[in-house]
Write a protein that binds this ligand. Structure first.
Ligand SMILES: Nc1ncnc2c1ncn2[C@@H]1O[C@H](COP(=O)(O)OP(=O)(O)OP(=O)(O)O)[C@@H](O)[C@H]1O
Length: 233
């Protein structure tokens, strides 16, 4: 992002949710975004993922200026390149966990049986193999969140953006999910950005960006090494 500003409201209610933000994510990294409530983290993720338009500034994702795409082109770009995990899980209530996870593949016209079979593999990765045929209403909040995580990963998107992915998870499951992000969704040409308040997962970030009042205060290399992470598991 270069000089990205996002305003909400007008006049006395105007809020600079993002205030002239310059922000780089490197391929091959898991970047953690931290900062107090209301500082602009969700807005930044939404603009990065092309869900929300910037008021001004450049947003370049893997060489595509997404701020210059039409809405239709942006939808296509998101489908092909970006996985989202937001705080609302947005699971379809009448579909099973496996069918929910399969949705992105069905949108890509993958055959139903093949899509559901791959969905079962991803549910296994998030520790939910036994719950594949349950409806969302039969799952706990943390289990629903893991279904949403499997759904975001199934198309193997190059960029994954997550807003508080571990909020509803116990410590061990949260670490398992972050470890899984690193092992299955992070390669030299992919990247993951995670908004979190959860200090238990700080060791899993390669860099940590701190936000305050719509600005990036600092981005620093994480002192935790892979060896530290292995020790924590
Ligand atoms: N749709 C909207 N309309 C008006 N103001 C908004 C809207 N969305 C966000 N804001 C404002 O923009 C600012 C940044 O909000 P944002 O949700 O990005 O913060 P956040 O850091 O993700 O907060 P939290 O950690 O509480 O989720 C806040 O002051 C918020 O009130």
């Amino acid at each position: 992002m270069r000089g990205v500003t996002r305003l909400f409201g007008v006049g006395t209610t105007e809020v600079h949710a993002l205030d002239n933000v310059d922000f780089n994510v490197h391929t091959g990294e898991l970047l953690l975004l931290v900062g107090p409530s209301g500082c602009g983290k969700t807005t930044l993720l939404s603009v990065l993922a092309g869900i929300l338009d910037a008021t001004s500034g450049d947003v370049d994702v893997f060489g595509t200026r997404i701020d210059q795409l039409s809405q239709q082109e942006k939808t296509q770009f998101r489908r092909d390149n970006i996985g989202f995990i937001f705080q609302q899980y947005n699971l379809l209530p009448t579909l099973t966990a496996a069918e929910n996870v399969a949705i992105p593949l069905l949108i890509h016209k993958v055959d139903f049986e093949e899509a559901v079979a791959k969905a079962r593999v991803y549910l296994e990765k998030v520790g939910l193999a036994e719950r594949a045929d349950f409806l969302p209403s039969q799952l706990s909040g943390g289990q629903q969140q893991r279904v949403a995580i499997a759904r975001a990963l199934i198309t193997e998107p190059r960029l994954i953006v997550c807003d508080e992915p571990t909020a509803a998870l116990d410590g061990e499951t949260g670490k398992m999910i972050l470890e899984m992000f690193r092992s299955t969704a992070l390669t030299s040409d992919r990247a993951i950005v995670v908004v979190t308040h959860d200090s238990r997962i700080f060791p899993y970030g390669d860099r940590i960006a701190e936000m305050l009042d719509g600005r990036i205060l600092s981005i620093h290399q994480n002192e935790f090494t892979p060896a530290h992470r292995a020790f924590l598991l």
